[in-house]
Design a protein around this ligand. Structure first.
Ligand SMILES: *Cc1c(COP(=O)(O)O)cnc(C)c1O
Length: 401
């Protein structure tokens, strides 16, 4: 079918909606994925299709075996950095979770997950043919996951099924409140029951120091585009020795006519995963990532400061654990909600007021609650954001203490 020329024009010169140069983007999912200069350059160098495959070793033709560019070394260094034994880069954190669920379970088994888990965790379980049990949280205003309740849920499954759950998963830092969980508690429970422990570090690994061994994780999952200054799609699955054979099982299939076999290929990865630019951006940013996780404390200082300032606005209240242990923040803003009721733009007024001040990333239409992330912003930008909110509050006669 022929597509009219005019219709194709719009694809030629695509532009970003909000460039990092022009706007301060506080979208929760975007702060940790801003590329480094090194990654930008690498992206262009390796932009072509299967660009990392120039020098694929003929004997073991597999992404993790490539030495030029140094993917093999990168996987080793990345595993070490996370305090784990092996690493594979996959397309997304959710794929890493899916691979772990799939390879550790039989259909209809249970997995236990926390009640603040990302939606893709549920879908990964669903696609793996699994049932789930959720570990409850404390509800408003902290929404703190009751980590000891993993024990109750394991016992529940044991009673119901006569069999332990095939894995337990904890979201290290959740996407709703930015609550950081004490993974060691769950690591200990998993160990006592001898159940594989998946720690989902989508919002933690790559921005803060993570040591999987210390936390008692058997598997760590991560998101390159969320937290490692990499392009999408990139995800990380880091595995301890004890689960290597299961997760990275080799292919056993053979063609019934051709008898062809693919014994070097890792089944769950379908052979190779990210064979081009996104993987290279993850690698190119890695030296900066190694440095930046050491500056996590300063990131916490900044968000605590901003929260304390914003809470001077009448009706503003930070939800989730206090004080903040992560830069992703959920704010309740009752007073702005009241403003929105009488505003001609209704709930969109906040988004629009902020955008006028070159701040983007808050979901359009929301005023009662909103989420944002300050990771990687300068003190100057933090103060600029505070001033913008104060400015908007004054404009609509909302008190500032
Ligand atoms: C963003 C997020 C994911 C999904 O990450 P992808 O790399 O896009 O698959 C999974 N879990 C949590 C907790 C997240 O915040």
């Amino acid at each position: 079918m022929k597509i009219p020329k005019e219709r194709l024009e719009k694809y030629r010169n695509l532009k970003r909606e909000f460039s990092e140069e022009e706007y301060i983007n506080i979208h929760p999912i975007q702060r940790g994925g801003v590329l480094t200069e090194e990654a930008m350059k690498a992206l262009i160098e390796f932009g072509d299709g299967y660009s990392v495959c120039d020098f694929c070793p003929p004997k073991e033709a597999r992404l993790d075996m490539i030495t030029r560019p140094p993917i093999r070394d990168f996987y080793k260094d990345l595993a070490k950095f996370l305090g784990m034994d092996y690493v594979r880069v996959v397309t997304r954190c959710r794929e890493a979770i899916f691979i772990a669920f799939k390879m550790l379970s039989e259909p209809n088994d249970y997995v236990i997950i926390d009640s603040n888990a990302h939606y893709s965790t549920y879908l990964a379980a669903e696609l793996s043919g699994l049932r789930i049990k959720e570990v409850p949280n404390s509800g408003y205003p902290e929404f703190k996951v009751n980590l000891e309740a993993y024990i109750d849920k394991i016992e529940e499954v044991k009673k119901e099924k006569g069999k332990l759950p095939s894995a337990i998963l904890l979201t290290h830092v959740d996407y709703l409140y930015g609550n950081l969980n004490d993974a060691k508690i769950v690591g200990k429970i998993a160990k006592d029951y001898n159940i594989p422990f998946i720690l989902n570090c989508a919002y933690s690994a790559g921005v803060m120091p993570i040591n999987g061994k210390e936390l008692g994780a058997d598997i760590i999952t991560g998101s390159g585009h969320k937290s490692w200054a990499a392009s999408a799609p990139t995800g990380i699955i880091a595995i301890n020795e004890s689960l290597k054979e299961k997760i990275l099982a080799r292919s056993k299939i053979s063609g019934d006519i051709t008898k062809r076999e693919f014994k070097a290929k890792e089944v769950a990865l379908l052979g190779c995963t990210v064979m081009g630019a996104p993987l290279i951006t993850l690698m190119a940013s890695f030296p900066k990532i190694v440095e930046r996780v050491e500056k996590w404390e300063e990131e916490i200082n900044k968000i605590r400061y901003l929260v304390s300032e914003l809470e001077r606005i009448e009706g503003f209240k930070q939800l989730g654990i206090r004080p903040k242990l992560h830069t992703l923040t959920h704010m309740e803003s009752e007073s702005f909600y009241k403003v929105s009721i009488n505003h001609k733009r209704k709930g969109f007024f906040l988004y629009e007021e902020l955008k006028e001040r070159k701040i983007v990333g808050i979901q359009p239409g929301l005023t009662k609650h909103f989420k944002f992330n300050t990771y990687g912003l300068t003190w100057e930008q933090i103060k600029y954001i505070r001033d913008a909110f104060f400015d908007i509050a004054r404009k609509y006669n909302v008190n500032i203490k």
